[in-house]
Design a protein around this ligand. Structure first.
Ligand SMILES: CC(C)(COP(=O)(O)OP(=O)(O)OC[C@H]1O[C@@H](n2cnc3c(N)ncnc32)[C@H](O)[C@@H]1OP(=O)(O)O)[C@@H](O)C(=O)NCCC(=O)NCCS
Length: 203
């Protein structure tokens, strides 16, 4: 086992993974904008403008997607998105991941993947696909750790994953963490609002 998978397996990644909501739009856009050119291309399958990234952040959090974020020192550094694919039977979702350069290789992607798969189970999604460039060694390794079946078609690889069983404990855990995350987001928003009403101490 390598150092990074050791860290991930032992759950020693510092920071917090939580569900993101509409109030995280700026944070999500900031994270996507900090991705370097290679990571942007790897995440979105090609060139993507700053405006398109801002639109993506807005739509992802306003729509029905589940977006989980890794937050370190109050800054969003990694994201796992799950989008249900309409009309699929059994219900299938597409997942995508991004971790900022200085934070890669620490098990954050693996933790996000685990949470995304549990979130999928809780929403009745039985299968998850992850699409990446065939040259994307990190994503292929990451998917491999979750027993993905990799289908390679030219320059594109699709990882097919099966979501974990819907045990009562797993469903409860997702329900509790979703509720907690929404409450935490609310408190954070109220605190920001409160702080903005305070007189500027420097004045
Ligand atoms: C793919 C990605 C999300 C993985 O995130 P991560 O936090 O680095 O993932 P982990 O730390 O859990 O590592 C996953 C595997 O990648 C390997 N890895 C991570 N960083 C690496 C690096 N810089 N060089 C080589 N391998 C690396 C890890 O060693 C691990 O494999 P192992 O456990 O067999 O050793 C991240 O690299 C990323 O954001 N890439 C750009 C966007 C992208 O490619 N998204 C995927 C398409 S949706």
């Amino acid at each position: 086992m390598t150092r990074s998978s050791n860290i991930a397996a032992r759950g020693l990644v510092p920071g917090l993974i939580r569900r993101l909501g509409p109030n995280d739009t700026e944070g999500l856009a900031g994270h996507l904008l900090r991705l370097d050119a290679d990571a942007r291309a790897a995440r979105f399958g090609g060139l993507v403008s700053d405006i398109a990234l801002r639109d993506h952040a807005l739509l992802a959090l306003a729509g029905g997607a589940v977006v989980l974020g890794y937050v370190s020192d109050g800054v969003l550094r990694g994201v796992g998105e799950l989008h249900a694919i309409e009309g699929t039977r059994p219900m299938t979702g597409e997942a995508a991941f991004s971790v900022e350069a200085g934070f890669q290789g620490r098990g954050i992607g693996s933790k996000l993947m685990r949470r995304v798969l549990s979130a999928a189970t809780a929403r009745g999604i039985r299968r998850v696909v992850v699409v990446c460039q065939s040259s994307n060694r990190m994503m292929r390794r990451l998917a491999g750790h979750f027993d993905a079946h990799l289908e390679i078609v030219g320059t594109e690889t699709t990882g097919h994953l099966t979501t974990p069983a819907a045990t009562p404990l797993r469903l409860l855990r997702v329900a509790v963490s979703d509720g907690f995350d929404l409450a935490a987001e609310n408190v954070e928003r109220q605190a920001r609002l409160f702080l903005s009403t305070l007189p500027d101490r420097a004045a």
